[in-house]
Design a protein around this ligand. Structure first.
Ligand code: FES
Length: 201
């Protein structure tokens, strides 16, 4: 895991506050937690702030959320800088989170990384058209379908450099893409179909 820092001052907006709808949502969200434990809502609130701010969390949003929850700014900053689901720098319309943990590495993540570097640039860069950015992340819990990447909210699994490149092409062209395994298998079932429990009881 690399060091995660806030974007430099020149990229930071001066202010952030929840929109009217998000403020109403946040007020309701904290009622899910026991009295006195409202700070436990830090992750969903940071996530909503990130969504409102076009996919990344500026410092002003982290401060806003910590003030809303009545907690020290440093506590909210600790959470925002720990989890890679929080983007601390501007991201593209399609943010690629490429799994770089051992099972995905053993199954071809190096090739996918080359695709990212060639088509998008270095980690954290946004393409000139604003469409793509990428970052390497730790295991996303889909190792059985390695190698894989998450793009915005969806997982794309059993990738090759060809299928991954095609997905990026289609997203860039505004075409529909199919999340999940990119080979002929059902979710995480064995490749080639069932191998056990085939006999009727
Ligand atoms: S190692 Fe890549 S999803 Fe687990």
């Amino acid at each position: 895991m690399s060091v995660r820092r806030l974007a430099p001052p020149e990229m930071q907006p001066k202010d952030f506050s929840f929109s009217k709808d998000n403020l109403a949502w946040a007020k309701k969200e904290i009622t899910k937690y026991p009295e006195g434990r409202q700070q436990s809502a830090i992750i969903p609130l940071l996530w909503r702030a990130q969504e409102q701010h076009g996919g990344w969390l500026p410092e002003a949003a982290i401060r806003h959320v910590s003030d809303f929850l009545g907690m020290a700014h440093i506590r909210a900053l600790e959470v925002a800088t720990f989890y890679t689901m929080f983007n601390l720098w501007p991201v593209g319309k399609f943010q690629v989170q490429l799994c770089g943990t051992t099972p995905c590495r053993l199954r071809g993540a190096d090739d996918l990384e080359k695709v990212c570097r060639k088509r998008i640039g270095d980690q954290g860069e946004v393409t000139k058209d604003g469409k793509f950015s990428w970052v390497e992340v730790e295991c996303l819990g889909a190792c059985v379908n390695a190698p894989m990447a998450q793009i915005n909210y969806d997982y794309y699994e059993d990738l090759t450099s060809e299928s991954f490149g095609k997905i990026l092409d289609n997203l860039a062209a505004g075409k529909k893409v199919k999340p999940g395994p990119q080979i002929d298998r059902q979710l995480s079932a064995p490749v080639g179909g069932a191998t056990t429990l085939k006999e009727k009881a």
